[in-house]
Design a protein around this ligand. Structure first.
Ligand SMILES: NC(=O)c1ccc[n+]([C@@H]2O[C@H](COP(=O)([O-])OP(=O)(O)OC[C@H]3O[C@@H](n4cnc5c(N)ncnc54)[C@H](OP(=O)(O)O)[C@@H]3O)[C@@H](O)[C@H]2O)c1
Length: 341
């Protein structure tokens, strides 16, 4: 497994990160609504991933129900004695408690959220602590100061952001710099051949400020695994069979054209569509590690093939072209004019 620096920080992470969002199925009301896996399978997936060099796990307080995913990761680390062998990432920000202060990124909420996560994860430190989404009701400086205190106290080692608007991320980096606060060194965003929106603004921001990009849903929730086919209903029991709107978003000419390009490249390189889709992200220079999901050990093994795929510049261009998207104004205008003048 190759390692990369997390942005311009000193932390090295494997290029593949195991997402724990699907771990734990409390009941139908749980976070993933029965498209995850049970605790026993989650343990098997984490053990196998670590054995194969995936020593980076991403969870969140809100995954599972009432912190179930964090509790499963904590129990597995304790049982397998693996805490010091993994880079452990979690998130806070969404609702975990009652009332006006049971959600958000205020100092009040952060101080409680971190203690609750540490307890569930059975650890004394979180390696990468991420805000799950910007909080427009809390000044960025309040959030950054509270997080900076956590780093100074040793409870948290590195800070990351997720689901931020680019203007807010830029502002955040400047506040950290001018106020001498620890800054976000990573940005976790939805990024795949199907969803490339962050190429407009976020990728240039990350490149300028030295943040490592951590793509989430890199297989477009399974669409790019190759198990979906045009004009056929999704296989029963899988995520995009249950999440109708998610499937409808990809069930179009661009979606099937992209999948065709991925599938034919997988055949040519004797690998899997999932491996090609993950390798395409790894070919993007600001990406530090790709956070993929797996509901079974078989899916995990399929996805880990990405570590052995090497795409040429020509391969990347073919996939870029097949998944081309409308840049919109002013990005298209800027790109066209920049080329000519
Ligand atoms: N920051 C955020 O807001 C945010 C949001 C979402 C996710 N994330 C992070 O990103 C991680 C990954 O997200 P994701 O689960 O959406 O990623 P994904 O890799 O795009 O999708 C994973 C799903 O695709 C299917 N799949 C995966 N590999 C497969 C294979 N080889 N063959 C067939 N099907 C396969 C499985 O679902 P089925 O078997 O049901 O088809 C699996 O649960 C999460 O665990 C979490 O850590 C973060």
């Amino acid at each position: 497994m190759d390692y990369r620096s997390l942005g311009t920080s000193g932390l090295k992470v494997p290029v593949l990160c195991l997402g724990a969002m699907t771990f734990g199925e409390a009941n139908d009301a749980s976070f993933m609504h029965k498209v995850g896996c049970d605790e026993k399978t989650a343990f098997a997936i984490m053990s196998r991933a670590l054995e194969r060099g995936v020593s980076f796990i991403d969870t969140a307080d809100v995954y599972g129900q009432e912190g179930l995913s964090e509790r499963i990761v904590g129990a597995w680390m304790a049982e397998s004695n693996s805490r010091d062998r993994v880079v452990l990432a979690t998130k806070f920000r969404f609702r975990m408690g009652e009332g006006a202060n049971g959600t958000g990124a205020s100092r009040y909420r952060i101080v409680r959220a971190v203690e609750e996560s540490l307890r569930r994860l059975k650890t004394d430190r979180i390696d990468l602590y991420q805000i799950h989404m910007q909080d427009i009701e809390t000044p960025e400086e309040e959030t950054l100061r509270a997080l900076d205190d956590l780093v100074r106290s040793g409870k948290v080692l590195y800070l990351g952001a997720s689901n931020y608007a680019a203007y807010r991320l830029t502002d955040s980096q400047w506040i950290s710099k001018s106020e001498h606060l620890h800054r976000f060194v990573a940005l976790q965003m939805q990024y795949s051949l199907m969803v490339r929106d962050l190429e407009r603004e976020h990728i240039p921001v990350c490149s300028k400020f030295g943040l490592g990009v951590l793509p989430w849903s890199p297989l477009a929730a399974g669409f790019l695994s190759g198990k979906y086919a045009k004009d056929k209903p999704p296989p029963p029991g899988v995520r995009l069979e249950k999440w109708k709107q998610g499937f409808a978003d990809f069930d179009n000419a661009r979606g099937w054209g992209t999948l065709d390009a991925v599938t034919s490249m997988a055949k040519e390189k004797e690998t899997t569509p999932a491996a090609i889709s993950l390798a395409w992200l790894l070919a993007k220079p600001t990406v530090s590690s790709v956070i993929f999901g797996a509901r079974s050990v078989a899916q995990l093994d399929d996805n880990l093939k990405a570590a052995d795929v090497k795409l040429t510049a020509d391969d990347v261009k073919k996939l870029d072209d097949a998944s081309a998207f409308d840049l919109g104004y002013p990005y298209k205008f800027i790109a066209n004019v920049q080329k000519r003048w």
